[in-house]
Design a binder for this molecule. Structure first.
Ligand SMILES: Nc1nc2c(c(=O)[nH]1)N(C=O)[C@@H](CNc1ccc(C(=O)N[C@@H](CCC(=O)O)C(=O)O)cc1)CN2
Ligand SMILES: Nc1ncnc2c1ncn2[C@@H]1O[C@H](COP(=O)(O)OP(=O)(O)OP(=O)(O)O)[C@@H](O)[C@H]1O
Length: 176
């Protein structure tokens, strides 16, 4: 199946997910118990869309744990930057309907200990399919910290059903 069709299919599944918050809480628990989380003083994470795993509880917990929080902002067709956010940071909806921080300081990705990578589909050998901008592929290529993705079991395939391109980057760990 091609990437486009898998994206469509998974978004449909996510929109109809039953008992979503029950499964989300199981994922948060696994995340907060992980060494990656415990060992990180700074994390980068998206502001989720409605059908994605809700990232707000993760952001709240990061602040409670005194971690630095970075949120991505797309600044061109090719480039996404990470902005250091506080509890007072103002957000604005982008053209893609995603909340992004109003610009302050662009972070160095080497300042991020843990990159929580969004994705629609994953394979057990850690391949990842995103929204299709290639933004995370470009970041992952030059990023050396911990990377992990959270997803529901329905988003996992034994092997990638889509064509894995040369530029596709794996995540180090998938929590599901
Ligand atoms: N909640 C959330 N935020 C996120 C992501 C995500 O997956 N989830 N991203 C994960 O990467 C980045 C944003 N990804 C984006 C991907 C595509 C387009 C976009 O404008 N797409 C065009 C078509 C692009 C094309 O087909 O070439 C469009 O839909 O009009 C924007 C943002 C950063 N923020
Ligand atoms: N390192 C790179 N340099 C230049 N272009 C890249 C790179 N990585 C990916 N791309 C471009 O990004 C586009 C989208 O790739 P793909 O469909 O695999 O995105 P995705 O992994 O689903 O999205 P994302 O990483 O934003 O979540 C491709 O057309 C590819 O040309």
């Amino acid at each position: 199946m091609d990437k486009k069709n898998i994206r469509k299919q998974i978004i449909g599944l996510l929109k109809n997910k039953n008992h979503k918050s029950y499964y989300e809480h199981k994922l948060y628990k696994k995340l907060f118990n992980s060494l990656e989380w415990k060992n990180s003083d700074s994390i980068a994470i998206t502001i989720s869309l409605k059908f994605e795993i809700d990232t707000r509880p993760i952001i709240r917990k990061a602040f409670l744990d005194n971690k630095e929080v970075f949120v991505p902002k797309v600044i061109s067709k090719e480039e996404m930057v990470f902005i250091n956010c506080t509890e007072d940071t103002k957000f604005k909806k982008s053209s893609f309907d995603i909340y992004e921080p109003l610009f302050t300081f662009k972070a160095n990705i080497s300042d991020i200990d843990l990159l929580i990578v969004p994705g629609l589909a994953f394979s057990l050998d850690n391949n990842r399919l995103g929204f299709g901008g290639g933004f995370y592929d470009r970041i992952l290529k030059k990023y050396n910290g911990y990377t992990l993705s959270l997803c529901f079991k329905e988003q996992i395939y034994q092997k990638a059903l889509w064509k894995v391109d040369d530029f596709d980057q794996k995540v180090k760990r998938i929590i599901y």
